[in-house]
Write a protein that binds this ligand. Structure first.
Ligand code: HEM
Length: 477
C-alpha cells in the first residue's frame, strides 16, 4: 500500500497497537444499558462499557463505523456503549433507522445534535425540533426552489471553471485540500455573496474552527487555553458579528446568493426569518454544505482513479454531453456519474452519524431506551450490513441501478442524506455541485493512483483522507 500520512492523526501513533489490544480486552463484557420497567415486556439494550473514562471514543475515532460493524455482530442492530462523555445507543439496521428517522412517537429529539455541536451551531435548522423545525424548514425551502438552485449553480460553475483547469498535472496532487478550497470559495461567494478578501479568509478560518470544535475532548470553555472548544466559540462569535452587520444591506439588495435568499424568503402565508434566524441558519448551512460536498467529491475521484473502467464510462457520457457548463437537467442525465456518486456515498458516508436524544422512556424495536439517551444512527454501517447488499464492501455501482437496485430494498436501507423530517434540505444543491465538479474533472483530465494505493480515512471529525489523497491528473488531449 502506498501512503504517506501528511497530518497528525489518531490513526497511527506510537503504542497504537498496544491500545488496540487493550481495547479488545477491557470493558468488553456484555452489560444491559438499563433494566426495563417491570411488566413492560421490553428487553434491555445490550452493549459494553469500553475503557474507563473514554469508553469507545478512541476506538470510534480510529476505526469509524467499523466499531459499530463489529458490535452489531455481537449484539444485533441496536446496542450501546460509552463514548464522548456519555452513554450512546447505536442503531444500524434499516428497521431501527426507520423508527428513529420517521420518529412517529416524537420521542427522538434533535437535542442529541445539540450535545455535540450546539454551542457553535445554535438554532441551526438541524438542531430544531417539532413544530418550530417544521416552520423554519418551510421558510428555508423557499431558498431552495428550482429557479434559485439554477442561479446558485451558475455561480458554482463559475468557480469550478476558473479553478479546476489550473490544477497541477503529471505529479501527485493533494486532491482533498484542493476540493476543500473550492467548496470554501463556494461558501464565500455563493453562500455569503462576498468577494474573497482578507476578511473572508479570516471568516473561513473562524468557520473551520467551529466545525472542528464538536469533537474536541475538552467539552467546555476553559479560559486562556487554545482548546478546540474555545476556538470554536471564538469562531462562532466572529461569524455571528459578520452576518449580523451585513443583514440590513442584504435585506435591501437584489443579490442572488444564499445569504440574500434567507433575508428575502417568505412563505405564502407571510412567514419570514428574523435577523437572529438568518445568522443562525447561515452559519449552520455553511457547515452542512462544505465538508459533505468535499468528502463526496474526494471519494468519487478516488473510486474513479481506482476503477479506470468506470472513469472511462463516465467520461464518455460527459464528453457526449458536449458542454462544459451543463444545466441541472444535463447533469441529471449522466447515468454513470450518478451511479458512482451514489456508490461512493454508500461506501464513504459523508455524515457519519445522525444524532438524536430520547425525550421519553422509549421502545426501540422492543428494546428499552431510557429518557435522555443519546442515539446514533450510523449510515456507514447501515450501508454495509444487511442481506440486501451483495458483497457490500466492494465498489460496484451496478448495485444501484436496474435491475439490482439494492439501495431500494428497504426505504431506510440507504440514507446518505438522512430521512424523515430532517432529510437534507441541500441534497439537490450538494448533488449538483459535486456532479458539476466531477464532470469538469472528467472532461479535463484523466486521474490515476498507483495500483496498490488504498485511501485511509481519518474519523476524528467528519472523515478526511489521512494523506490528503494524492492523485495524478493528466490533461486530456
Ligand atoms: C453530499 C452532500 C451532502 C450530504 C451527504 C448531506 C447529508 C445530510 C444529512 C445526512 C442530513 C440529516 C442529518 C440528520 O438527520 O441528523 C443533512 C441535513 C441537512 N443538510 Fe445536508 N448534506 C449534504 C449537503 C448539504 C448542502 C449542500 C446543504 C446546504 C446548501 C445542506 C444543508 C443541510 C441542512 C440545512 C440540514 C438540516 C435539515 C433539517 O434538519 O431539516 N446539506 N444533510
Amino acid at each position: 500500500m502506498t501512503r504517506s500520512v501528511t497530518k497528525p492523526t489518531l490513526q497511527h501513533f506510537p503504542g497504537d497497537k498496544l491500545l488496540d489490544a487493550v481495547q479488545e480486552r477491557v470493558g468488553t463484557d456484555a452489560v444491559p444499558l438499563a433494566k426495563p420497567p417491570a411488566g413492560s415486556g421490553l428487553k434491555p439494550v445490550m452493549g459494553e462499557r469500553g475503557l474507563p473514562l473514554v469508553g469507545k471514543s478512541l476506538k470510534m475515532i480510529r476505526e469509524g463505523e467499523q466499531t459499530a460493524y463489529v458490535m452489531r455482530d455481537k449484539y444485533g442492530d441496536v446496542f450501546w456503549t460509552n463514548a464522548f462523555g456519555t452513554k450512546m445507543v447505536f442503531a444500524v439496521g434499516p428497521e431501527a433507522v426507520q423508527a428513529i428517522l420517521q420518529n412517529k412517537g416524537k420521542v427522538y429529539s434533535q437535542d442529541g445534535w445539540v450535545y455535540f455541536i450546539g454551542p457553535f451551531f445554535t438554532r441551526g435548522l438541524m438542531l430544531l425540533d417539532g413544530e418550530e423545525h417544521h416552520l423554519h424548514r418551510r421558510i428555508m425551502q423557499e431558498a431552495f426552489t428550482r429557479p434559485r438552485l439554477e442561479a446558485y449553480q451558475t455561480q458554482v460553475q463559475d468557480i469550478i471553471d476558473r479553478t479546476v483547469p489550473d490544477w497541477p498535472t503529471d505529479q501527485p496532487m493533494p486532491m482533498y485540500p484542493a476540493v476543500k478550497q473550492l467548496s470554501l470559495d463556494v461558501a464565500t461567494e455563493v453562500f455569503m455573496g462576498a468577494e474573497p478578501s482578507d476578511e473572508t479568509h479570516a471568516l473561513t478560518g473562524a468557520f473551520i474552527d467551529t466545525v472542528r470544535a464538536g469533537t474536541g475532548f475538552v467539552r467546555t470553555e476553559v479560559p486562556v487555553l487554545k482548546t478546540r472548544w474555545n476556538k470554536g466559540l471564538a469562531g462562532r462569535r466572529k461569524l455571528d458579528a459578520y452576518f449580523r452587520r451585513l443583514i440590513p444591506a442584504k435585506r435591501a439588495s437584489e443579490d442572488t446568493d444564499l445569504f440574500a435568499a434567507l433575508c428575502h424568503v417568505e412563505t405564502e402565508d407571510g412567514l419570514k426569518f428574523s435577523d437572529d434566524d438568518v445568522v443562525n441558519h447561515m452559519i449552520f448551512l455553511m457547515m452542512a454544505a462544505h465538508d459533505t460536498s468535499t468528502i463526496t467529491a474526494t471519494a468519487m475521484a478516488y473510486y474513479f482513479a481506482k476503477h479506470p473502467e468506470w472513469q472511462d464510462k463516465a467520461r464518455a457520457e460527459s464528453l457526449a454531453l458536449g458542454t462544459d457548463r451543463p444545466s441541472i437537467d444535463e447533469l441529471d442525465s449522466l447515468v454513470t456519474l450518478d451511479m458512482v456518486f451514489k456508490e461512493s456515498m454508500r461506501l464513504v458516508a459523508p455524515v457519519p452519524a445522525f444524532v438524536r436524544r430520547t425525550t421519553e422512556d422509549t421502545d426501540l424495536l422492543g428494546q428499552y431506551v431510557p429518557k435522555g439517551t443519546i442515539i446514533n444512527v450510523v449510515p456507514g454501517a447501515l450501508h454495509l450490513l444487511g442481506d440486501h447488499w451483495v458483497s457490500s464492501e466492494e465498489f460496484d455501482p451496478t448495485r444501484l441501478a436496474d435491475p439490482r437496485n439494492e439501495h431500494k430494498a428497504h426505504r431506510f436501507g440507504y440514507a446518505p442524506f438522512g430521512g424523515g423530517a430532517h432529510k437534507c434540505i441541500g441534497m439537490a444543491f450538494g448533488t449538483n455541485e459535486v456532479k458539476a465538479l466531477l464532470h469538469k474533472m472528467l472532461t479535463t483530465y484523466t486521474f490515476e493512483v498507483p495500483v496498490d494505493y488504498e485511501i485511509e480515512w481519518d474519523h476524528t471529525s467528519l472523515v478526511c483522507p489521512t494523506d490528503d489523497f494524492p492523485v495524478t491528473l493528466r490533461r486530456l488531449a
